[in-house]
Design a protein around this ligand. Structure first.
Ligand code: FMN
Length: 393
């Protein structure tokens, strides 16, 4: 259910730190990659080794420790996290976050991340009811931090009242909810990504600047939301997500065959690749040495159109990367290719289209609904596409 999801799990120095082992283990069992960050005080309660074994990943607790591979660690964990969960969260951690204090790896990572943060407080009832703590909680809630409230009961210190860490299974459920649930569970999605390459001769190709980033983001989001993903990948520079079935292709013809071979297995096709529209009419296997070369190009197969002809009740999302008359071209493609949705982007706009981490798109439904994303991260565009597509089910 959490295949393709990366969770940063923060563990702080409270008696409930041992319960974080169960949270870690459940997240891993559900398919998530878990990066555990412990505070120094948390290591007094549970040894990092325990989390290392449970997560099958190195545990971070010392900001100054130098790893074999150099990377700015608080930034890399912060950026790779789809969600940050802090369980248990001490009064100290909550106070630091509410006041912008970043004096260890956990607080620094949270500050450096745009991922949603789920805080699971656990402490003595008097500490929990302390107005300073409550003010800090309210401040963080206003900033969008999500709290999994502690339970009432007998606490480790012997007192009775609210302050006991929420049960690990509840923390995991809340995490799944924050991640958008598993609204694509039982869906099989075929996504195409990257550019295709058309051979000129034994060593040369025609291709385009498509990086595959948009397709990779859609694949990641779809897997995180429970889908099984087949990625048909051409020429890409972006990392393709683990957990997807990846089929590598070279030419547009290869991509067409891979899509058609897998079509009967899937519910949704999202065509975010940039297949070459033209191919060389007479490619040669030898390296061309002539002074002047004239390449004759011929039209390639139109994959989206062919899918549109036979898709039945499968959903088809196409992309229209245009340099002019964006909406007109996109709408006519939507009709001519029998698609359910078109994602239109003007690739001449700063920060949009090929090779950028950001994009600026208009999603148009076959029924006429139009939604603009504005200039946002491609990961956000991916979520929007999947949200909008649900309206077509
Ligand atoms: C045995 C023991 C248990 C503790 N349990 C808690 C707790 O459940 N919640 C809490 O907020 N603080 C608890 N504390 C206090 C924290 O460890 C202390 O505030 C520490 O500075 C927290 O550091 P950290 O937030 O960097 O992990 C406990 C301290 C000790 C010695």
């Amino acid at each position: 259910m959490l295949k393709g999801v990366t969770v940063a799990l923060g563990v702080t120095g409270g008696i409930a730190a041992y319960k974080a082992c169960e949270v870690c283990s459940s997240l891993v069992k559900l398919g998530a990659k878990v990066n555990v960050i412990m505070t120094k005080n948390a290591t007094e309660f549970v040894r990092p080794l325990t989390f290392e074994v449970l997560s099958n990943n190195p545990v971070t607790y010392d900001m100054w420790e130098r790893k074999r591979e150099w990377e700015v660690e608080h930034v890399s964990i912060a950026q790779s996290a789809d969600v940050i969960v802090v369980a248990p969260a001490t009064a100290n951690l909550i106070g630091k976050l509410a006041n912008g204090v970043c004096d260890d790896m956990l607080t620094t990572t949270i500050m450096a991340s745009n991922a949603p943060v789920v805080i699971c407080p656990a402490m003595n009832v008097v500490m929990y009811e302390n107005p300073i703590l409550q003010e800090n909680v309210e401040k963080l809630k206003k900033r969008g931090y999500i709290f999994v409230e502690p339970e009432e009961g007998r606490l480790a210190c012997g007192a009775v009242g609210r302050g006991r860490l929420a049960p690990p299974e509840h923390i995991v459920q809340e995490t799944i909810k924050v991640l958008g649930g598993a609204d694509y569970a039982n869906k099989k999605v075929l996504i195409t990504a990257g550019g295709t390459s058309e051979r000129i001769d034994g060593v040369r190709y025609i291709t385009n600047r498509s990086s595959g980033k948009m397709g990779a983001c859609i694949a990641r989001s779809a897997m995180r939301r429970g889908a099984e993903v087949i990625l048909v990948v051409g020429n890409v520079t972006a990392d393709m997500p683990k957990g997807a079935k990846i089929i590598r292709v070279e030419s547009t013809e290869d991509m067409y065959k891979a899509v058609m071979d897998n079509l009967s297995d899937v519910d949704i096709v999202i065509k975010s690749a940039a297949p070459a529209d033209y191919k060389v009419l007479n490619p040669t296997n030898k390296k061309i040495k002539d002074e002047k070369v004239c390449l004759e190009l011929t039209k390639n197969v139109d994959i989206a159109r062919e899918v549109g002809k036979v898709k039945g009740d499968k959903k088809l999302v196409i992309f229209a990367a245009e340099t002019e008359n964006l909406l007109d071209y996109a709408k006519s493609k939507l009709v001519s290719k029998n698609a359910d949705m078109v994602v239109a982007n003007d690739v001449t706009r700063e920060g949009a289209g090929f090779n950028h981490d950001t994009n600026d798109v208009v999603i148009i439904h076959k029924g006429g609904r139009e939604v603009s994303s504005g200039l946002v991260q491609k990961s956000q565009v991916a979520e929007m596409i999947l949200d909008e597509l649900k309206l077509e089910w």
